[in-house]
Design a protein. Structure first.
Length: 506
């Protein structure tokens, strides 16, 4: 998956941008019976908005030793609240520590070891190839700056310690703890490091070519991370609204309003505000879609299924997270056929490979066609993968790319092909068509152009030349085959192998 290593590098933290909606001053329409364990203290309403200029220059407010002692006492009460709401048992006391901003950044950047840095640079170049990051963008510098700006707390599964941050205002500390202590409960019940390791497989580093099953499982760690953050975010919101008598399961409008607020940057979150669309969506995906997934399962199957049940039987794709009904129904999508990469790319050195999941295509379509069209198209995704390589004869040349996707029908395949073709003018300085448009006799083709704001659908095979070489986009039935910066012989070999493969059942 395109963003897996970006998120994994900052996995332990909860971002401040995800906290804004964790507090609410809304009250229920009428008093409700107090049938649930309540937080020790009601959470005060948020302060009145301040002028942006003042907020940007506002210095950190340090927690005093007395306040720290009070927070430490609150840990046990909040983990009891989380345990009651999730059904996850408390098996041992959680260690607690008050941490400074510099200590947090040092801890997190220390985890950016040589292997992670290499993975990060691979991801960065592939994202730039797809146009999801500007070509001059420095991803590592961005992540370090983001951590300094946004981190609000974290649970360290190695030391079994919840880290409370000494610059986070007191009124925000308890919701942060409700989030992080959910991670502590998850850890005590399934062992987070072991549980997450199931999806920790870098396909670019394995010696053998990946199998269809490897591609299918490439999103597993991102789906599992969305489970962990989704459960924690759900408990943070539940803790915040508990004094009002509402629950996350029966108050969708309240939760939706809080969630929308929580994902909106403020004048003080400049690094996040200025980030490319892909990074904003990637960083908030496990919190937003993850929580929506957990709440949907909670509504359909109750507390046991939404917490212990999901941990025992986790989803393994972003499609299941984004469309919980597919998880609940046990939907099974057949793995995609993959070519003989080693033979077909004999003149290239493997650079990166991975699944191109439903979340990836959702953000790509969002960037090039808008969020409304993205929401219409991405649910029709039925599989995809990419393979990036460097020419052995010209290692300094442009990154070469194969991208294959499968869709629910030829109509949606052509829609996506058109959107991808539309992206070329934004991604390359020079784009010249080198093929005649091939007409289609498909009687359903008119259905694809009913939205004047959407890029025109693209059927058949088309080529363009750019400053980085040739781009080929070919729609055939429910498949879209794309190559960029590959030589003609390699493209022809891949085209023949991929598009002549038996179509998997849907």
């Amino acid at each position: 998956m395109l963003y897996r290593w970006i998120r994994r590098l900052i996995f332990p933290v909860v971002f401040a941008v995800a906290l804004a909606g964790a507090q609410t001053s809304q009250q229920p329409d009428q008093e409700q019976p107090d049938s649930k364990q309540q937080p020790t203290k009601p959470i005060p309403p948020p302060e009145e908005p301040k002028e942006p200029a003042k907020e940007e220059t506002k210095p950190d407010v340090k927690i005093t030793p007395r306040q720290a002692e009070e927070l430490f006492h609150t840990v046990d009460e909040i983990i009891a609240f989380d345990s009651k709401e999730t059904g996850l048992a408390i098996k041992r006391e959680v260690k607690r520590k008050l941490t400074s901003r510099d200590e947090v950044v040092s801890y997190l950047t220390k985890h950016l070891n040589d292997e992670d840095t290499q993975r990060l640079r691979r991801s960065e170049l592939v994202l730039k190839k797809f146009g999801l990051l500007p070509r001059e963008f420095d991803l590592e510098t961005f992540l370090v700056a983001l951590l300094r700006e946004e981190v609000a707390g974290y649970y360290d599964p190695k030391t079994k310690t919840v880290n409370l941050l000494d610059w986070v205002p007191m009124e925000e500390q308890e919701p942060v703890m409700a989030h992080e202590l959910t991670h502590a409960l998850q850890d005590q019940n399934v062992n987070l490091q072991k549980w997450m390791k199931r999806g920790d497989k870098d396909l670019a580093e394995i010696k053998k070519d990946p199998t269809p099953a490897d591609i299918e499982n490439d999103e597993m760690d991102n789906a599992r991370e969305a489970v962990l953050e989704g459960q924690a975010q759900a408990m943070m919101f539940q803790y915040a609204i508990a004094p009002t008598g509402h629950t996350i399961a029966n108050s969708p409008e309240l939760v939706g309003a809080m969630e929308e607020e929580s994902l909106t940057g403020t004048p003080s979150t400049k690094v996040f505000n200025d980030a490319p669309i892909f990074l904003k969506e990637s960083l908030t995906f496990p919190y937003s879609y993850g929580m929506d997934f957990v709440i949907k399962v909670l509504q359909k199957g109750g507390k046991s299924k939404a917490f212990a049940g999901i941990l025992a039987n986790p989803p393994h794709t972003t499609r299941q997270i984004m469309q919980p009904e597919t998880y609940l129904a046990g939907e099974r999508i057949e793995p995609m056929f993959v070519p003989d990469f080693k033979k077909d790319f004999k003149d290239y050195q493997k650079f990166d490979i991975g699944a191109m999941g439903e979340f990836d295509v959702a953000v790509l379509i969002d960037q090039y066609a808008g969020k409304r069209i993205s929401k219409q198209v991405y649910p029709e995704w039925r599989g995809g993968y990419y393979y990036a390589a460097k020419s052995k004869a010209n290692p300094a040349g442009p990154l070469a790319l194969l991208y294959v996707s499968r869709w629910s029908s030829p109509i949606t395949a052509a829609q996506f092909a058109g959107i991808y073709a539309h992206s070329l003018n934004q991604r390359y300085k020079t784009v010249r068509g080198a093929a005649e448009i091939q007409k289609s006799d498909d009687p359903h083709s008119a259905q694809m152009t009913d939205d004047d704001s959407a890029p025109a659908p693209l059927q058949g095979r088309h080529t363009w030349t750019t400053e980085d070489g040739v781009v080929v986009i070919e729609e055939q039935a429910d498949m879209v085959f794309i190559t960029e910066s590959l030589d003609d012989a390699t493209t022809a070999a891949l085209e023949k192998e991929v598009l002549s493969a038996p179509s998997a059942p849907k």
